[in-house]
Design a binder for this molecule. Structure first.
Ligand SMILES: *Cc1c(COP(=O)(O)O)cnc(C)c1O
Length: 385
């Protein structure tokens, strides 16, 4: 059987896949099993931030793999400890819990908020406020946190204690906090899966202020926006805010599964022995990959992200069929006047990998993609807009 037939016979049918069986990749170029070449403007959904099979990253990961590949969290390991130090140093957070995915990072954040509320208010503050049109993951709890009705079918009963408010609506937030039963507010600063929509800076600062007034944890989901994607190491660094919890995953380890829940001073002592855990979380190989990624997200790289953003925006300006570009850095949404899925499929046929988010096209290219490849990709895209 072909890969496609095997997949369709034996893989649980949860994915609507594009029609390509990929077998090889280098940087922003992929090849399928027939040898056809593709330009990648998706990075495996914001994961391979330095492109596919990056040699420096591979060297860091394989060195760790041949030294100490795995042990349990019953022992200390240097890559995990150093990675936590590096994340804290560069974000101002105080403690890190490592998991293996974005959903797990958010699951940890939800537990931190719940326990913070329980510790201080004796079980009277179970509610976590999230935004409508958000996306926080696929576990039962993170689905409950996800403010989209389509995700709340089929898998109930869901855990209670979630309340949804419209993004950028201060009055709805006020109403949601008025009952003094809220332990945390969790938001994406750019809603990724929801259509690449940026929150207003003024609103985000208002959420922070209200969280302070109500003693609720101010939590930012940077699973997609994190790790250089928006032009700063974390997107919150462009909003003039100090969150209590920041979650990240996707690009963190540059292509290996890793998630992190970073906890600030206010809640740094909330989790104690036995409160949470993970077998693989923070394992040495993923931590080594992440240390390599973080060491390379410096001012120069971030300047390059913003330059590529400007380049893409200039290239798309005035193109018929492009109704506007949203997002920050190399996390961009393109409003289109045809079904985005059809455009993405046509691009793939023509040798270009792009993503969709709701009704928009979504670009998440490697952070260091060279301008020539980027231009070639955009030329293909423009033909199909
Ligand atoms: C992708 C994503 C998640 C879920 O991450 P997984 O690694 O798929 O569990 C959560 N939140 C946001 C904002 C995401 O983009």
């Amino acid at each position: 059987m072909s890969t496609k037939q095997l997949d369709q016979t034996y893989i649980a049918g949860t994915y609507g896949r594009f029609d390509a069986a990929l077998s090889r990749a280098s940087g922003a170029t992929y090849w399928d099993e027939d040898g056809k070449e593709y330009i990648d403007l998706g990075s495996g959904i914001a994961v391979t931030c330095f492109g596919a099979c990056d040699p420096e990253w591979i060297a860091a990961v394989t060195a760790q793999m041949t030294t100490l590949g795995h042990t349990s969290n019953l022992y200390f390991t240097s890559p995990q400890a150093k990675l936590a130090e590096e994340l804290c140093r560069r974000t101002g957070m105080k403690k890190v819990f490592f998991g293996n995915s974005g959903a797990e990072a958010n699951e940890c954040a939800l537990k931190v908020a719940r326990k913070y509320g329980n510790d201080r208010y004796d079980g009277k503050r179970p509610v976590i406020v999230t935004l409508k049109n958000s996306f926080h993951g696929r576990t039962i709890a993170t689905l409950a946190a996800t403010g989209q009705d389509v995700f709340h079918k089929n898998f109930g009963p869901f855990p209670e204690g979630f309340r949804y408010v419209a993004a950028n609506d201060k009055a709805e937030l006020d109403a949601a906090l008025a009952t003094d039963d809220v332990c945390g507010v969790l938001v994406e600063l750019v809603q990724g899966e929801g259509g690449v929509n940026c929150l207003d800076k003024d609103y985000v600062q208002y959420v922070e202020q209200k969280c302070r007034e109500h003693d609720a944890l101010f939590m930012i989901d940077e699973v997609q926006t994190g790790n250089g994607r928006t032009g700063t190491l974390y997107a919150f660094q462009q909003f003039g805010i100090t969150p209590d919890v920041v979650t990240t995953a996707k690009g963190l380890a540059g292509g290996l599964p890793m998630g992190a829940c970073m906890i600030g001073a206010k809640a740094e002592h909330v989790l104690g022995k036995g409160d949470h855990g993970s077998t693989f979380g923070g394992n040495p190989i993923c931590a080594a990959g992440a240390l390599n990624v973080l060491s390379r997200i410096d001012d120069e790289l971030l300047r390059g992200v913003r330059e590529r953003e400007s380049f893409i925006r200039r290239e798309l300006e005035g193109v018929p069929g492009c109704k506007g570009v949203s997002g920050m850095g190399l996390m961009l949404g393109i409003a289109v006047d045809k079904p985005a899925g059809e455009i993405a499929a046509a691009c793939l046929k023509d040798g270009l990998m792009v993503l969709t988010a709701h009704e928009k096209l979504r670009l998440l290219p490697p952070l260091n993609i060279d301008f020539e490849t980027l231009k070639k990709g955009l030329d293909i895209l423009k033909k199909h807009l």
